[in-house]
Design a protein around this ligand. Structure first.
Ligand SMILES: NC(=O)c1ccc[n+]([C@@H]2O[C@H](COP(=O)([O-])OP(=O)(O)OC[C@H]3O[C@@H](n4cnc5c(N)ncnc54)[C@H](OP(=O)(O)O)[C@@H]3O)[C@@H](O)[C@H]2O)c1
Length: 268
């Protein structure tokens, strides 16, 4: 199926790794022009270079990668300006950049609560405010917020992240209502446990006497969390759904969320 993304301009924050990188790749494959950002500029450049090298076509002309921390409103504004200077428009925005804080309520310091809320909210609000007029000018403006099942199903080992995720899901609904008159759809993808940098880092930080392989470690994790499909997801399983939601073909979908979580959500 043609997602009608050819020549569309899509901004993906956090495109140097995991879900964001997979989405940048999928969007480029669909013929879109893509702008992405991350903080670690060396990793971003390496990721961009490998995407360009693996493609025989015109990907270099359709990809903009810029150093930018989504918490910094001025930097985000410059990133969005650079996107419009380069591509002339913005049709889609995928707010993907972020990470989680693996701490229980009693372990979470005051400044960590604030930092977690700042990342989750400014990581959406800064790009949206900067891109809003361009999304409204598109005939198919769409925002996708990459969120987590934690928004509906709190995990005590991720206390602050769960609370921040719930707030972001709530905000996404409000945005879908407020931006509808401007022709902008706003939806969420709710991730379960996806095999990306986040979980690989936790695996590397496991106890010295834990000699399990990644497959054993992640299999035990899936069993512990009760994932129906019995495994962690992979980034392309998320990027496909995000690309679908940002596509003009999803023109009657707004204010909703799709779980990409292997059935870990117990709610109906
Ligand atoms: N993997 C999971 O199981 C899972 C579950 C639920 C939700 N999520 C969410 O899904 C999104 C993607 O995560 P992932 O698993 O693909 O993680 P990842 O592999 O660690 O990639 C995260 C990306 O975001 C960028 N990033 C992080 N903080 C940023 C900031 N402040 N400003 C700009 N870029 C930033 C990172 O680059 P730099 O570090 O260089 O900035 C990287 O490109 C995140 O929001 C994450 O919280 C993931």
């Amino acid at each position: 199926m043609d997602l009608q993304l050819h020549n569309r301009v899509v901004v993906v924050t956090g495109g140097s790794s995991g879900v964001g990188r997979a989405l940048v790749k999928d969007l480029l494959s669909a013929g879109a022009r893509v702008a992405t950002c991350a903080r670690d500029v060396d990793r971003l450049r390496a990721s961009t270079a490998s995407l360009i090298e693996s493609d025989a076509g015109d990907v270099a002309d359709r990809l903009l990668a810029t150093e930018c921390d989504v918490r910094d409103a001025d930097a985000v504004s410059s990133f969005i300006d650079a996107t419009v200077d380069r591509f002339g428009a913005i049709d889609g925005l995928v707010n993907n950049a972020g990470q989680s804080l693996m701490k229980r309520f009693d372990e979470t310091e005051d400044d960590e609560w604030l930092a977690e809320f700042e990342l989750k909210f400014s990581g959406v609000l800064n790009p949206l405010k900067a891109a809003r007029s361009h999304l409204g000018a598109s005939d198919a403006g769409a925002v996708v917020n990459v969120n987590a099942v934690l928004a509906r199903q709190p995990e005590p080992r991720l206390a602050a992240t769960s609370a921040a995720r719930a707030g972001l899901l709530n905000l996404t609904k409000t945005l879908s209502i407020d931006l509808a008159p401007e022709g902008i759809r706003v939806n969420s993808v709710l991730l379960g446990l996806i095999d990306t940098g986040q979980w690989r880092r936790r695996y590397e930080q496991r106890a010295d006497d834990d000699h399990r392989t990644w497959e054993e470690w992640s299999g035990d994790l899936a069993a512990d969390r009760g994932i129906t499909l019995g495994r962690l997801g992979v980034a392309t399983e998320v990027s496909f759904i995000a690309a679908m939601l940002v596509s003009p073909k999803a023109s009657y979908v707004t204010g909703t969320s799709i779980d990409v979580a292997g059935g870990v959500g117990r709610y109906v």
